[in-house]
Design a protein around this ligand. Sequence first.
Ligand SMILES: Nc1ncnc2c1ncn2[C@@H]1O[C@H](COP(=O)(O)OP(=O)(O)O)[C@@H](O)[C@H]1O
Ligand SMILES: [Mg+2]
Length: 274
Amino acid sequence: MGIEFKGVYYRYPETNTDVLRNIWLEIGEGEAVAILGDNGAGKTTLIKHMNGLLKPSKGDVYVDGVNTREVEVSTLARKVALVFQYPEKMFFSETVYDEVSFALKNFGFEKSLIPRIVEKTLKTFWLWEYRDRSPYTLSGGEQRRLALASILSWDPKYIVLDEPTAGQDAIQREILTHLINRKIGEGKTVILVSHDVEFIAEFSPRTILLKDGEIIFDGEADDLFRRKDLLTKSGLEQPTLYQLSDRLGLIKTDERVTLELLVEYIKKVIQCTK
Ligand SMILES: Nc1ncnc2c1ncn2[C@@H]1O[C@H](COP(=O)(O)OP(=O)(O)O)[C@@H](O)[C@H]1O
Ligand SMILES: [Mg+2]
């Protein structure tokens, strides 16, 4: 089970170049995966294949063994939740409460169950106190959380977040990190699309690097973040921790790069100079 890409190519009808090229990818159930890459690398196009919004021009995508060509998008959407960039632009209910309950009604949840789910969801996302307010009176960070809450309320098995930190401040990023870690802890499959390496470094998941529609790296985040060459080539920066460790000559092949390691080193240097 899981999500599987088998030799996928994709080109938009109006363009004559392949935006995705020869993608072979298996994402297992319960995995946390980051998809990194520069603007235009094909990240959004790739994830739109995961719930059948786009169908490959060549090759196939399977979700839990079912070819996405053979099911309705609405059926897949219940299982694979895609949260696009700036999802808060799409609120359509008068209150925060209704925004979430509408989503549940839409997916055919039994009426009597809805109030309890809405309450639980809004509390999880720290939005319960705003339940009677209009979504548009919330702050930017709260709106982002509400958009996530309404999509995650029906408990999808696969959660795909496109640039979740875009336009968010440090506090919201921390809250997002917490919420995402919680979902990972619950055993959900979480796929994070980003070019925010600092954010991804917080999770250190399996990381896939896309460049010009091709996968050029698939492995541990720690291994990728050591590879300055590969990152630079892809228009990305090394996370600060790695830049610092690199310049201090601390990056070793047999040891993970961690903040603790760096702190140990600095402490030793301070001791020596005392
Ligand atoms: N609807 C579309 N029609 C034509 N070309 C598109 C469309 N959406 C994206 N593209 C092109 O496909 C490429 C990959 O885009 P996208 O998947 O959005 O990349 P990313 O999410 O990594 O920034 C880009 O060159 C982009 O211009
Ligand atoms: Mg994108």
